[in-house]
Design a protein around this ligand. Structure first.
Ligand code: FE2
Length: 132
């Protein structure tokens, strides 16, 4: 059972955004698997890196869409992205230093953040740019 089964309630109806979100959900589940199977720091670190890199690429893609559509709520949406990247970046520094490991509470935080952000901010974005 994955930590975070895909739920069609998360569909924004923007195909590129939705395919990226499915990949992000998959990476959160992969990180959960790596943690649960006790594969250790190296395996967790690889998935964590991939998750962070993919998140950055995905946020940049959404932010390009906001710019090209002159999306009205760009500033607040970008601020949510920046806050998440800061939090995950701070975690990564501690993970690399060996003072923190991947835990169930980190994974729940990532899952809940994604559900909340997609349901509110990304759906609003997809609706606004879809109506242009
Ligand atoms: Fe977003």
């Amino acid at each position: 059972m994955p930590l975070f089964p895909w739920d069609d309630k998360l569909i924004t109806r923007h195909p590129n955004i939705d395919s990226d979100h499915k990949k992000l959900v998959d990476l959160v589940n992969q990180l959960f698997d790596a943690m649960q199977s006790g594969k250790g720091k190296e395996a967790c670190g690889r998935v964590l890196n991939e998750l962070i890199q993919y998140t950055k690429t995905h946020f940049a893609m959404e932010e390009r869409l906001m710019a090209s559509h002159q999306y009205a709520r760009t500033a607040e949406h970008k601020a949510e992205h920046a806050k998440l990247l800061k939090e995950v970046g701070d975690f990564k520094v501690k993970f690399d230093a060996g003072s923190l490991t991947v835990t169930a509470s980190l994974l729940s935080f990532l899952r809940d953040w994604l559900i909340n952000h997609i349901s509110k901010s990304d759906k609003a974005l997809a609706e606004a740019i879809g109506s242009h």
